[in-house]
Design a protein around this ligand. Structure first.
Ligand code: GDP
Ligand code: MG
Length: 446
């Protein structure tokens, strides 16, 4: 998998400040292979890899993650972003029934999806009507009726035998139009129009789908595509975009071993979001699309992302623990004080640590109220002290104070103020440590 290969690439990298150009190139090569293996279309792979390289160049090597994990994280974040971040929701009509039209090749899973979607909508309190506009395949209407029965949703279909004497079909446009009237009359609030597909893209099918679209004016046209068709998904999507147009994508047969690169290609090239995912023959094998899950699938990473998140959390916790241990021991020095100030400047860190300590509200407030210039003044004063003074502030007598003040360009009163504040902070920290213990900090005695 990509994570294994990246781990190999970075065997010797731990601890370097930044990824080098050579590291980045090696990384790009591995990502390119992984994406192609996942059936992402070549032009999309190229754009994607370029974006990841750009992002990798700017990043410091994390202390919490090894470089392979870090690159995986960049790749994953970028994938999730392209795949859509948050899932887009269905748009419902403001008045009258919401019309959803399904389009896609034969065998893509439209008829199955129609019923799954109907069930899902029903569970959201909607009352859907299924409409059989595939009058080409002999059993298509019946198939929709069987599926409709399974989910308890009625099917609107041309009356049996009423195909106008036409061998391979009736009038799907007429059926579609009539279904909207029916839905209005019987107060269905969502109409799902199932259409015919062919095995390959052809002009007649596109023409028919476009006519149905014009007749029902759908609120959403969903392009249904079988994830198993791999690289062909992109050309098919392009053909449907040109021939019928669509607003969203449904990826089907994700229960198979297709890696789902089609999702990335289609999203990137058509700009249309993947909205739903279908993953089996049961009516409940259906969900809204989750970009993060698809990203893991495309990269074939399984739980790698979870591990990465855990590593980051563990590292944060380790840092917080170290700081907390230091505070409790009374060996808190002016250097530590300065370091904490600087962290407050960066914001969050100290508050995070203090949040873990019981009874920390007061000092937290105090620390949050510092302004940045104040921290700069503190820094100047502490920098003017000798290492011995910083380690053991008790030795800072009158003459030392005068020297420090002069060195920092501050008054002796400023130095006094700082030293007082330091002792006060240390006292509070020790009290906190003695009083409440470290009940809030995992791994510390409560
Ligand atoms: P349509 O021609 O686009 O209407 O496609 P169908 O709904 O008739 O589906 C074609 C075949 O794929 C049927 O045998 C379905 O049972 C099957 N199918 C549809 N969706 C899925 C899915 O998500 N997973 C699997 N394994 N099979 C599916
Ligand atoms: Mg069908």
């Amino acid at each position: 998998t990509l994570s294994d290969r990246l781990a190999d690439t970075f065997k010797n990298l731990r601890g370097k400040g930044r990824l080098s150009e050579a590291d980045i190139d090696a990384t790009a090569r591995e990502i390119r292979i992984a994406l192609l293996e996942a059936d992402v279309a070549l032009p999309v792979v190229k754009d994607f890899v370029a974006a990841v390289k750009e992002r990798a160049r700017g990043e410091e090597v994390s202390q919490a993650l090894n470089p392979a994990q870090q690159v995986i994280k960049i790749v994953n974040d970028e994938l999730v972003e392209i795949l859509g971040g948050e899932t887009r929701r269905l748009r419902y009509a403001k008045t009258g029934p919401t019309v959803i039209m399904l389009a896609g090749l034969q065998g893509a899973g439209k008829t199955t999806l129609a019923a799954k979607l109907a069930l899902w909508l029903k569970e959201q309190g909607k009352s859907p009507l299924l409409v059989a506009c595939d009058l080409q395949r002999p059993n298509a209407v019946q198939q929709l009726q069987v599926n409709g029965d399974k989910v308890g949703v009625p099917v609107f279909a041309p009356e049996a035998g009423n195909t106008g004497g036409n061998e391979d079909g009736g009038d799907p446009v007429g059926v579609a139009r009539a279904s909207i009237e029916e839905a209005k009359r019987r107060l269905f609030d969502v109409v799902i129009v199932d259409t015919a597909g062919r095995l390959g893209v052809d002009a007649e099918m596109m023409g028919q789908a476009a006519s149905i679209r014009d007749a029902v004016q759908p609120d959403e046209v969903l392009f249904v595509v079988d994830a198993m068709i791999g690289q062909d998904a992109l050309t098919t999507a392009q053909a449907f975009l040109d021939g019928v147009g669509f607003d969203g994508v449904v990826l089907t047969k994700l229960d198979g071993d297709a890696r789902g690169g089609a999702a990335l290609s289609i999203r990137q090239v058509t700009g249309r979001p993947v909205m739903f995912a279908s993953s089996g023959e049961k009516m409940t094998d259906f969900d809204v699309f989750h970009p993060d899950r698809m990203a893991s699938r495309i990269l074939d990473m399984g739980d790698v992302m979870t591990l990465i998140e855990q590593a980051e959390k563990a590292f944060d916790q380790e840092q917080a623990l170290k700081a907390a241990q230091k505070l409790s021991g009374g060996d808190f020095t002016l250097d530590d004080f300065l370091e904490q100030m600087q962290q407050i400047k960066k914001l969050g860190s100290m508050t995070k640590i203090l949040k873990m300590l019981p009874g920390a509200g007061q000092i937290r407030e105090q620390l949050e109220n510092f302004d940045e210039r104040e921290i700069d003044r503190v820094e100047a004063i502490i920098r003017s002290m000798t290492p011995a003074e910083r380690d053991n502030p008790k030795i800072i007598d009158g003459s030392r104070r005068a020297r420090i003040a002069k060195g920092a360009g501050r008054t002796v009163a400023d130095v006094n103020g700082l030293v007082d504040r330091f002792f006060e902070a240390r006292k509070m920290m020790m009290q906190m440590a003695r009083g409440g213990g470290f009940a809030g900090v995992p791994g510390m005695p409560g």
